[in-house]
Design a protein around this ligand. Structure first.
Ligand code: NAD
Ligand code: 6OD
Length: 486
């Protein structure tokens, strides 16, 4: 049985309490490893190691050397691509067709992109007139924030963790990462890659465990943590803010969503169906950017519903290593119960079930797994529970609309503001509608098309701050102005 340990100061360690929890494969609900749960003592050791490493070799490395080490980290992930792939797929159940195209390559490129981006970032300077005529020179410099706590979710474990660790290390910080308890493997494997790449001990640390009253809370309340970057549920974000309020912790939050797709009658229907099939069902709907509300202009409503149904019917649920499978299970039995409770609620509240709505029949080896059917509803009012709450499953509700104004209003009628997709071949409309949608990112005629130089984050309840490209500098560095009287 695989033992998954904490990674502290360059070493893999168990924990003084000896406390463990199970690592489960959600495709068949079988135990595939044991994870050592970090208590207060291990979290303290990890934070202290990170603090010491800031003052040690990492803090003193010339920029070019730091960036070259981060390139080696990316190369190290790619060199062990198959190991990362298997670890990610066993933890999540996701098909390798998905993880080999998205999760693992992005995990590697998150190090290269930020290392390259920060080599040539300019800072501002201003000459100030002074009464004596000699003037003063102001210029800004950026210094690392310090010890950064990275708390990551289970849906895209390596991708979302490295999306934060990459820029944090590129900016000269050190990190203590707490991956989701559901998906500890790839973060742990990254410890080996860090050692091989020559990352000094203490720069990258991993502590395993849960949230409240466990590793996550011990980390976010540790007095030597300088900033917390978190991806996860909105209510967890709120709990973290409360837990670290007394210490005035800097936070960067990427939170939940209830993302709309707006499909106009002038769209290219083939593209809209292909894109919406991905945006609703990819990763079994467990993508924060996923579409759960689809608004379709009335003249094409019936055709769109019929075609999305037929496209979703072609999805093939199966084991991660089945080359033909393109949909995995949900992350856990607990999440399956949650998603199925929404499926039931949709029926109770009067939905027309266009597709799915229950549990699929799987083969004997997979029958104990966390599988649910891809599901499409129509006919619910906007007040229905499944139209308002984030489900994080492979499902959507489709609603007709009559005017552009109505479409924008419907899209914005949510407390969330993470992402949206607009499907139209009318360029003016694309600009006009995108500008009015309250979201951190609006895709036109595409979905999850990522340029890592661009700002990424959520409006409203979907987050605090933006990361990506130079925007990550705002969180991962302290910007200081130096004023020299001439
Ligand atoms: P979650 O909030 O349950 O857990 C995320 C992480 O926080 C885990 O590591 C967990 O152990 C930890 N945690 C939980 N409670 C904590 C506490 N009190 N203190 C410290 N740490 C704590 O989220 P999840 O279920 O892992 O992920 C799904 C959610 O994440 C969805 O809501 C989804 O929309 C959101 N998400 C958002 C983005 C984004 O970019 N905006 C990306 C991915 C996922
Ligand atoms: O692509 C990214 O950088 C990113 N943060 C994606 C988030 C996906 C949410 O599940």
């Amino acid at each position: 049985m695989l033992e998954i340990k904490n990674f502290i100061n360059g070493n893999f360690v168990k924990c003084v309490s000896g406390k463990t929890f199970d690592n489960i494969n959600p495709a068949n609900n079988e135990k595939i490893g044991v994870v050592y749960e970090a208590g207060k003592e291990e979290v303290d050791l990890a934070v202290k190691s990170a603090k010491a490493a800031l003052k040690g070799p990492w803090g003193k490395l010339p920029l070019a050397e730091r960036m070259s080490i981060l390139h080696k980290v990316a190369d190290g992930i790619n060199a062990r691509f198959d190991e990362f792939l298997e670890a990610e797929c066993l933890d999540t159940g996701k098909p390798k067709s998905l993880a080999s195209h998205i999760d693992i390559p992005r995990g590697a490129s998150n190090f290269k992109v930020f290392a390259d981006a920060y080599k040539s970032v300019a800072n501002e300077s201003f000459l100030l007139d002074t009464p004596d005529g000699a003037g003063a020179l102001n210029y800004s410099v950026r210094t690392p924030k310090g010890v950064v706590a990275v708390i990551s979710p289970w849906n895209l474990p390596l991708l979302l963790m490295t999306w934060k660790v990459g820029p944090a290390l590129a900016c000269g910080n050190t990190v203590v990462v707490k991956p989701s308890e559901e998906t500890p493997r790839t973060t742990t494997l990254l410890g080996e890659v860090m050692n091989d790449a020559g990352v000094p001990p203490g720069v990258f640390n991993v502590v395993h465990g849960f949230g409240p009253d466990s590793t996550g809370e011990f980390l976010t309340t540790h007095p030597d943590v300088d900033g917390i970057t978190f991806t996860g549920e909105t209510k967890t974000g709120a709990a973290i803010v409360k837990a670290c309020a007394d210490e005035i912790r800097h936070v960067s939050f990427e939170l939940g969503g209830k993302n709309p797709a707006v499909v106009f009658a002038d769209c290219d229907m083939d593209k809209a169906i292909e894109g919406t099939t991905r945006s609703v069902f990819a990763n079994c709907g467990q993508v924060c950017l996923a579409t759960e509300r689809v608004y379709v202009e009335r003249p094409i409503f019936d055709e769109f519903v019929a075609r999305l149904k037929s496209s979703a019917e072609k999805l093939k649920l199966g084991s991660w290593d089945d080359e033909s499978s393109n949909m995995g299970p949900l992350i856990s039995q607990e999440h399956k119960e949650k998603v199925l409770s929404y499926y039931k609620k949709a029926k109770d509240e009067g939905a027309t079930v266009v597709l799915g709505g229950g549990e699929p029949k799987m083969s004997a080896e997979l029958s104990a797994g966390s599988w649910v059917e891809p599901t499409i509803w129509t006919g619910l009012p906007e007040s229905a529970t499944v139209v308002r709450e984030e489900i994080f499953g492979p499902c959507c509700h489709i609603q007709p609309f009559d005017t552009e104004e109505e479409a924008v209003e419907l899209a914005n009628d949510t407390k969330y503001g993470l992402a949206a997709s607009v499907w139209t071949e009318n360029n003016s409309r694309a600009h006009r509608v995108s500008a009015q949608i309250e979201a951190g990112i609006v895709w036109v005629n595409s979905w999850f098309l990522r340029d890592l130089r661009t700002p990424f984050g959520g409006a409203k309840h979907s987050g605090i701050g933006r990361e990506g490209g130079v925007h990550s500098l705002e969180f991962y560095t302290e910007l200081k102005n130096i004023c020299i009287k001439l």
